[in-house]
Write a protein that binds this ligand. Sequence first.
Ligand code: GLC
Length: 714
Amino acid sequence: MKVFSVSRGVKLYQFGKPYETNAVIIKPELIINEELKYLKKIDDDVFFYKMESDDIVYGLGQSNRGINKRGWIYESFCTDEPVHTPDKKALYGAHNFFIVHGKESFGIFIDSPGKIVFDIGYTNINEILIKPEYPDINLYIIEGKSLYEISKRFRCIIGKPYVPPKWAFGFIQSRWGYKTYEDIRNVAESLDKHDIPCDAICLDIDYMDKYKIFTVNEKSFPDFKNIVDNLKKKGFRLIPIIDPGIKIEKGYKVYENGLKNNYFCVDSNGKEFTAAVWPGLCHFPDFFNPDVRKWFGELYHEFLEAGIDGFWNDMNEPVIFYTQERLESVIEYANKNKTKNMDMSELFLLMDKFTGLMNNHDDYKKIFHKSEKKFLSHYKVHNLYSHNMNRSTSVGLRTFNSNKRFLLFSRASYIGSHRYAGIWTGDNHSWWEHIRLNMSMMPGLNMCGFLYCGADTGGFSCNATADLIIRWTQFSIFTPLFRNHSAMNSRVQEPFAFDIETTKTMRNLIRFRYGIIPYIYSEYMKAVKDNDLFFTPLSFKYSDNISKTNTDQLLTGDSLMIAPVMQQNAFGRYVWLPEEMLLWKTDTLNKKDIKVLEKGHHYIETDLNEFLMFIRPNKIFIFGDPAGNVDSLNCDTLYIIAFVKDKAEYCYYTDDGISFDYEKGVYHKMHISIINKDDDYLINIEGSKDPDLKKLICSIYDKNGKCVEKTVCL
Ligand code: GLC
């Protein structure tokens, strides 16, 4: 074992010869051999930690179950898992960072791209067991005085998160089932007709010619460039899906080029590895090869030339529907048994053989990457496949236009992918439990660097109901990625797809989102720059016991706490206030039903159309007027709701929203402070002001809930 150390509390323990993953960008320097802290290595390759009964475990990014990860076993192995029931161990992301919070508080990051099992009090209620399948790992221990400091230090070594263009904070409409331009145009027209703001519509796999990536079906999308232009003129951007599987078909340019240049993953004999995905049999780009990454990244350019500004990378675990050999052997087995009088176990065995066709780990073991003339086993580095695809896309998009931001979100990822793309949380269901799962995943993802994320609002599979879509949207209006997406054959769930009342509620909600984009964007960008979280568990800020165990409320940016209703037929909920806060119960931006609530437990009633926002004491919430899309947001007048006990402060961030100039320090940070003095308020504005901003209309609340209105002309 070698030990490395970076100043500011990060230590790296190295076991064997770990694979260079590209997850960490600030590398510690070798110092001394030293005993492993907190963890004990047992049974050769298992790491052990004894928890106190009240320790809390945070993190593990996009993993199943609640915010506190205790009491389950998680597998880090990027998996196409379409049914997120509580029994599942592996989902799409491999995010191997977690924080133990208790008498001892520390963070652990296992940087290793193979399968790892995190047993967090599953086998034994008070034990953490970490079992990497391969012993070559980099193990980071991150220490800090607080949960915040630990999470910030980790974020500091893994580098700054991806920043999308500002329009990507608008509403995105999507469905696997829009098959033609007409379908897309109808959606755009319906959104317009119902006055529902929207920035983009996703193109799912049906836009392609026979699911061949980087092609467009010319019958259903004739004159693609013109379609893109037309929709853009109406305020809608199109976001095509890209999968990694490349159809084996003579004459198909992408396939021919990949084959000619040996750009595909191979089997143990060095022959192109073949498996089926949407288009049938495919080869898979070997993203571990830098030439392949460059080639694949540049394939996106044709779309960019046609006016496309964003993409979603899917199926990049990568998904294998079946391999021909396995299919043949299963069919042979079935044929052998077809005349047999099968008992239960024989039937189950047969059924297992069919379900085992998909994403079979033994098939992953047959894939190899060619690096420096050596063969690298895919299985050992499986969790980096999507990461390298996202890296390829991101670099490719940036080479096309080095100073224009692009939208990119992926399904699978590894820590490090957060620098290249956002993620969505995959194929959830229209289940109330999945609103909660969506909420639970957000802080853990933020800790692992993924800030641009969100779930399929309304649920992907299964049938949504009007109340579910409303309650889910009431949460999603706060997530940076805000997309309504659903599966073919499920009930349609666009914001206008239900009854008139629901359409009205959805319109108000989405308009509300557009109104609060100034806050969402400002908080997002500050979280990127300061290695901060966008969604934070209460215990990161408050040390009382109830906040420590709270898992259904979230601090959202610096000024807000949200408490979504996540239960069907519930017209209210209990909320814990760790201190006195300002409650804004509303359904629209102009309904100001605002009052002070004291510290403690409260049951708060909310009609179906209403949701709850809490403004923290001495904090300022800033927002504007809604608009049809982000480009037409008018930010010359903004509104403030402040809860001033003595002095409330806010730092309002803005930039051009399109370029990477913010990386060079080109942005505005305006510091607003409101001081309570002799029952009046002094409003101070300092720092650099967005030149477009002309007026601030402030509603200032004191501890008794008395409101004073003030206008500041800038
Ligand atoms: C996968 C994706 C889903 C998409 C579907 C068809 O299931 O997760 O979002 O709609 O494939 O492309």
